[in-house]
Design a protein around this ligand. Structure first.
Ligand SMILES: [Zn+2]
Length: 437
């Protein structure tokens, strides 16, 4: 009996035969590649990938689903999101689409509406979408100005527990670094982060006090065993050089934890020699960089009545070429920082390929939503396809890149532990009672 990719057998063991895999996300299997794609048969047994074999060689005792060269990816990793802000657009939109407009709208919405119940319902909605699209690892930043830090982290911990068999969740406390002077608040924030097993974050801004603020942040992180994930230089101002200051602070303090920097837009606006020096320092300091192409293209270079001239993204290729760990992610979804989005890693990948020119060649591109973000999030066991790993897989009818990147892949099939999952998306009407119709 042969099954189509639309309905792999719901059996304890079966073969996905004649699959096309992105080689960069596959462990322990080598075969000739074509634009980074390899062909193989996958054997699935008891929810795990049992073997990766040459195409057409699956043993007959495994019921076969012939994918006819359709792609199979591991489930995705999306490691820079804002689940706490998600889907507030209907209630508090961004009047002009600018960064300033977003800050004001989110601040007002947070103060008026972000009860535990409100945050939980919107978070759950976002996770159901991400799960349906095939994501298995998400890191979210949580707005952590007092008293929101206590509300949001408590909800996050409950939601993480409820979702632990479906999506691995991580949280970062996002707060203005100036607030560290309030020692009572800062000590409380650190204890909340520790209790939730989270990361310390923050927004860096150019100021004479920045180096000493970074020293305090890194020393606190070190003392408490926390990793760091910052919002950095999200501006078109070439004078914004906090990324360099972060790299210098990491080196100065000999900080041994992981440091991630998101956005880093202004790096692409600086003179080549200045940017090159920063890239070298970032590589030396071992900082990972996450680009948010959809959100950056939306917010950056936006002025009334003027067509944008700049894509808003950081020097992604130069950073990667220097050996810096790089990935892309969703960032915001249907909130004042980004009016659209659905936590669909395929959309993020497709837009990243277009905006960042990750194509020609596409050989390694699939890493930016699979292995690379999983590694950055210290989950090197996720975002890859390998023998003995869970059969958390996304099956596509697309066989080649031009097919994959030209359609939204709405007909994809998602397997979790080898079982086909329900891919229906939550209805926006469910949010009417939360954010208004
Ligand atoms: Zn962000």
């Amino acid at each position: 009996m042969t099954y189509s990719f639309m309905s792999p057998p719901n059996a304890g063991r079966f073969a996905l035969s004649n699959a096309t895999l992105p080689a960069v996300a596959v462990e322990g299997y080598t075969a000739p590649t074509n634009e980074g794609l390899v062909r193989a048969d996958l054997l699935i047994a008891d929810g795990l990938v049992a073997a990766i074999l040459p195409p057409g060689s699956a043993p007959p005792e495994f019921p076969k689903s012939d994918l006819r060269d359709g792609m199979v990816w591991p489930c995705f990793a999306d490691v820079h999101t804002h689940l706490d802000k998600g889907h507030i657009w209907a209630r508090n939109s961004n009047p002009d689409g600018t960064f300033k407009g977003a800050l004001q709208a989110v601040g007002a919405d947070r103060e008026a509406n972000w009860s535990a119940d409100d945050v939980r319902k919107r978070m759950e909605f976002s996770l159901r979408s991400a799960y349906a699209h095939g994501t298995s690892l998400i890191r979210t930043h949580l707005d952590s100005v007092a008293p929101q830090h206590r509300i949001s982290f408590e909800v996050f911990s409950e939601v993480r527990e409820a979702w632990r068999d479906k999506i691995a969740l991580q949280a970062v406390a996002l707060f203005p670094m100036d607030d560290m002077v309030d020692e009572v608040y800062f000590a409380d924030l650190v204890s909340v982060i520790r209790r939730a097993g989270g990361l310390i974050g923050g927004v860096t801004k150019m100021a004479p006090s920045l180096p000493s603020q970074l020293d305090i942040l890194l020393r606190t992180a070190d003392k408490n065993g926390l990793d760091v994930d910052l919002h950095v230089d999200e501006t078109d101002d070439p004078g914004a050089g906090t990324l360099r200051a972060i790299a210098e602070a990491v080196l100065r303090n000999g900080f041994a934890g992981k440091v991630t920097a998101g956005h880093c837009c202004s790096l692409a606006r600086q003179d080549d020699c200045i940017a090159k020096r920063t890239v070298e320092l970032v590589a030396k300091a071992g900082i990972s960089i996450i680009s948010l192409p959809m959100c950056n293209a939306y917010l950056q270079d936006r002025y009334p009545g003027r067509t944008p001239r700049w894509r808003g993204v950081t020097l992604f290729k130069e950073l990667a070429a220097a050996g810096v760990a790089t990935a892309v992610a969703s960032d915001n979804t249907r909130d004042p920082f980004y009016a659209y989005g659905d936590l669909d890693a395929v959309e993020v990948f497709r837009e990243a390929v277009r905006i960042l020119h990750l194509d020609h060649p596409l050989d390694l591109a699939a890493r930016v939503v699979t292995t690379s973000p999983a590694d950055i999030a210290a989950r090197p066991d996720m975002g890859r396809l390998g023998v003995g790993r869970p059969a958390d897989l996304v099956l596509f009818s697309a066989r080649r890149w031009s097919e994959f990147l030209s359609r939204p892949q709405s007909d994809r099939v998602v397997l979790r532990r080898g079982k086909v999952t329900d891919r229906s998306l939550p209805d926006y009407r469910e949010l009417d009672s939360v954010v208004g119709a």
